[in-house]
Design a protein around this ligand. Structure first.
Ligand code: PRP
Ligand code: URA
Length: 210
């Protein structure tokens, strides 16, 4: 598994505002979108492209276009939805599928309550969006789900991760082509499975308590 942790002052600045308990939901949503677009630049580094001949006003030249089958972007509901717009801004031709997952706050076990994805993901490059990688239960289950449908490779974009979550994903996806792109890796998880210092409950901060 490849792990890329962003090291850029703009990303750290935006994350700092995001972490602040005083930051309102509208600002939180806006920053989430901006952060994803910045992280997506790195996450799409290996997106497959094919050569294409074009005519400029001056001459003909060879450029590239994103290959078929198109990549698929998969936000994990609910909090991952806040990352979708920022991602498709950079990858407008991608398809979008959905996975709805919620973790049990006592056992940390994830449950999948919704799924809207092609049955066959053979040869597809998949980009999973989830702001928080805590124990790794939710993201690990999502990645395994995509590989079970035939995905060629999976890149996950998370705003924040805990070291425990990164290690858990590494263990769960052994032998698969997985890239993890994170805005930051924080210190640890607390006894409630929250990332420390973290930003609290990402879904609640984006959309309010549900
Ligand atoms: C949050 C977050 C991740 C998950 C991370 O979702 O968005 O999906 O927890 O925790 P884990 O790494 O321990 O699995 P949550 O289950 O709170 O659902 P929500 O997005 O609907 O708020
Ligand atoms: N889910 C969140 O939204 N935040 C955390 O810190 C951990 C899990």
């Amino acid at each position: 598994m490849r792990v890329h942790v962003a090291d850029h002052p703009l990303i750290t600045h935006k994350l700092t505002v995001l972490r602040d308990v005083q930051t309102s939901s509208p600002v939180f949503r806006q920053l989430t979108e901006e952060l994803v677009t910045l992280l997506a630049y790195e996450a799409t580094r290996n997106v497959r492209v094919d050569p294409v001949e074009i005519q400029t006003p001056v001459t003909t030249t060879t450029g590239v276009k994103i290959s078929e089958p198109r990549p698929i972007v998969v936000p994990i509901l609910r909090a991952g939805l806040g990352m979708l717009e920022g991602m498709v801004k950079l990858l407008p031709t991608a398809e979008v599928g959905f996975l709805g997952m919620v973790r049990d706050e006592e056992t940390f076990e994830p449950t999948t309550y919704a799924e809207r994805l092609p049955d066959d993901l053979s040869d597809r490059q998949c980009f999973v969006l989830d702001p928080m990688l805590a124990t790794g239960g939710s993201l690990g289950a999502a990645i395994k789900f995509l590989f079970a449908r035939g995905a060629q490779d999976v890149t996950a974009i998370c705003l924040l991760g805990a070291p425990e979550g990164v290690a858990a994903i590494e263990k769960q996806v052994e032998g698969h082509d997985v890239t993890l792109v994170l805005g930051a890796v924080d210190e640890r998880l607390n006894e409630k499975g929250y990332i420390v210092p973290g930003l609290g409950d990402a879904g609640d901060r984006l959309y309010g308590t549900a």
